[in-house]
Design a binder for this molecule. Structure first.
Ligand code: FES
Length: 143
């Protein structure tokens, strides 16, 4: 027994297949635009980084990774916390904390930065990039 497909049935079948393929391509084209327009979730790269206050003693520095870049948080005065990018603004070396001097030093060309991120000396053309830091309970939230 053979079944015959009539031309209207064949046409209807082709419309369904072409409609499905068209819908799939439309979804593929619209999806990236939709994702771009949606508000970003705060659970990924935009999330604030919590650092225990106990890890940032007075006059000391705590280095950490902030959105894939080195960063540092300091407590220059009791209860005052400041955070900066640890990337030198001269040629991008990573700064170090000088506890005896209370300042940051770039080991590459001796750039010096104060606890406010300002340039104290050397070739860096501008201050360290400041990062928002807020105290919440026993933590400092950076970001
Ligand atoms: S890279 Fe820091 S002073 Fe040159």
């Amino acid at each position: 027994m053979t079944t015959h497909v009539t031309p209207p049935q064949r046409r209807k079948f082709l419309f369904i297949i072409l409609g499905g393929v068209g819908a799939a391509f439309t979804a593929l084209a619209v999806w990236p635009v939709w994702r771009y327009l949606l508000p970003r979730e705060k659970t990924g790269e935009d999330a604030k980084i919590p650092i225990a206050k106990a890890d940032i003693p007075l006059g000391k520095a705590h280095f950490f990774s902030f959105r894939g870049q080195p960063a540092v948080v300091l407590q220059p005065a009791p209860g005052q916390f400041v955070a900066f990018s640890a990337v030198c603004t001269h040629l991008g070396c990573i700064i170090q904390w000088q506890p005896g001097k209370g300042e940051c030093l770039c080991p590459c060309h001796a750039g010096r930065f104060g606890t406010d991120g300002q340039v104290l000396g050397g070739p860096p053309p501008k201050p360290l990039d400041s990062l928002p830091a807020t105290v919440e309970g026993d933590q400092v939230l950076v970001g």
